[in-house]
Ligand binder design. Structure first.
Ligand SMILES: C[S@@+](CC[C@H](N)C(=O)[O-])C[C@H]1O[C@@H](n2cnc3c(N)ncnc32)[C@H](O)[C@@H]1O
Length: 480
């Protein structure tokens, strides 16, 4: 039975953590302070503000929000008291940056057929290189050089994630971005050197991270769109509704241009920051990868169990057929959330994968319509014992891949020292994953203890046929 827990140790010799040189290098980082400071006079913000006004993107006469320096970098600060659901800003489509913007630009003809994000990434890099000659220059100037997303971490910083799923994901994402860069470099950048001078893979990673952390997606008909000013909105974990935050209006037959509208999901006092909930469904690992921060909420801690039917299984074909008829496949990912019960379908899938020996008759085609119902309950002691052992072994193997214990991590977090934000993310992620793994192990440990008392398929079948009593004793018909 193939049980693939994807916790890889990418870095062979972890080095001790030292404060990184590569902190999020917002152009304005020297003005960042740990306390929320409403600072609007910084030159780059001023220039951006003037640009927004000159372009008519917003009216600067009686603005509802203004960009300002806050503890999260830049943010939007209310200029008056706002009630819940009040419109905070509106940005017309002509000021969005999306694949249509690229198409209409001077590089449009070179970007035909590129993935939407790749074309927007090239556009951003090129506009950035143009400096003052770009119409987007004032916007591009306020974009950070990096965030605390794990894609920007040094190898030394990444070594703090040793053993975590986030490390493998980060490595995978960086490889993906690199391979996209190699392709676009060969096909577009090098053949048109005069248009795209000296674009490096670091530039490409920068653009990828910018899009990942601030592009709006899943908007009506828009796969990926950067909306200047709106993309300064920061996240607040205390806001637990995604409603009312943003929408696209207009675009009907007789209506005006499409407009992006941002609303505040909660009431805000003048001078306070307007904040939204980015995504209630994201895990801390996704937050760390996309945005470079995590939350303390328990259910943001998720460990993904990847289970699969090995091709070498003598019943591979039948098992795959059953899995597919029930919405699963040869491999299946189960997201296990801290503090919650096992993901639905996980136990039946595990039992299916482990099915063999004298239980294999259940794989015969006459059971095809009822097999999943049977798999919802324990099949046999040996099957249940096997799934417990395999899951527990996998948890132990994954847990041995981390270089610290939960206690050591908690001590670091509660030690009263101000930690580097990236180290704090790393500790939060690894402690969260380990807690989930311990919880999974605990569930299957308890199950192992109950194995003798569980009711299995044969017993249920005998009961159904009226051949077994409620206590499991076999009823014989004695000849009279
Ligand atoms: C959509 S942008 C928001 C504007 C951003 N603060 C800036 O300076 O440009 C998202 C980024 O803001 C920062 N951010 C947003 N909410 C945050 C939070 N609650 N804690 C820490 N950083 C946050 C992260 O760097 C994230 O990648």
């Amino acid at each position: 039975m193939a049980t693939l827990f994807s916790s890889s140790s990418f870095l062979s010799s972890p080095k001790p953590f030292s404060s990184h040189k590569n902190k999020p290098t917002l152009a304005i980082k020297s003005l960042l302070t740990p306390t929320p400071t409403i600072e609007t006079s910084f030159p780059a913000i001023q220039t951006f503000w003037t640009w927004l006004s000159d372009k008519g993107i917003i009216s600067t006469k009686s603005p509802i929000v203004r960009p300002a320096l806050v503890s999260e970098g830049l943010g939007l600060v209310a200029q008056k008291n706002l009630s819940r659901n009040e419109v905070v800003l509106e940005v017309s489509k002509k000021f969005w940056i999306n694949p249509d913007t690229v198409k209409a630009s001077d590089i449009g003809k070179f970007c035909d057929g590129l993935k939407p994000w790749v074309s927007v990434a090239l556009f951003l890099i090129r506009e950035k290189a143009k400096k003052g000659d770009s119409m987007w220059c004032s916007y591009i100037d306020i974009l950070p050089d990096s965030t605390n997303s794990t894609i920007y971490w040094s190898e030394e910083e990444l070594s703090e994630l040793q053993g975590t799923q986030l490390l493998s994901t980060t490595v995978g994402v960086k490889k993906y971005v690199e391979s996209e860069f190699v392709e676009v470099e060969e096909e577009i950048i090098l053949p048109h050197k005069n248009i795209f001078p000296s674009i490096t893979s670091d530039d490409f990673l920068w653009a990828f991270g910018i899009l990942r952390s601030r592009a709006f997606s899943r908007l009506r008909g828009q796969d990926l769109v950067l909306i200047p000013l709106a993309d300064l909105i920061n996240h607040d974990s205390k806001i637990t509704t995604e409603d009312y935050a943003w929408e696209i209006k207009g675009g009907g037959l007789f209506s005006r241009d499409l407009v992006f509208t941002l609303r505040t999901p909660v009431s805000v006092k003048a001078g306070e920051q307007v904040l939204i909930q980015y995504d209630l469904g994201k895990s801390n690992a996704e937050f760390a990868l996309d945005y470079g921060f995590i939350e303390s909420r328990l259910d943001r801690n998720i460990f993904t169990l990847t289970l699969g039917i090995p091709e070498s299984d003598p019943f591979y074909g039948d098992k795959l057929d059953i899995a597919e008829s029930n919405g699963l496949a040869e491999t299946a990912n189960f997201d296990f959330v801290l503090g919650q019960s096992l993901p639905p379908k996980m136990l039946p899938y595990l039992r299916l994968v482990a099915l063999g020996g004298t239980d294999a008759f259940l794989l015969e085609s006459i059971f095809r319509n009822s097999i999943w119902d049977h798999l919802e309950l324990p099949i046999s002691q040996s099957n249940e014992e096997l799934i417990c052992r395999v899951v527990r072994d996998a948890c132990k193997a994954a847990l041995s891949g981390y270089k610290t214990t939960i206690e050591e991590d908690e001590k670091l977090l509660d030690g009263g020292n101000v930690l580097d934000p990236r180290l704090e993310i790393a500790i939060g992620i690894r402690v969260g994953e380990k807690k989930v793994l311990e919880q999974i192990d605990g569930i299957f440990k308890d199950r192992e203890v109950e194995l003798d008392e569980l009711e299995y398929y044969q017993e249920r079948r005998l009961k159904d046929l009226g051949l077994a009593g409620e206590q499991g004793d076999i009823i014989f018909w004695e000849p009279k």
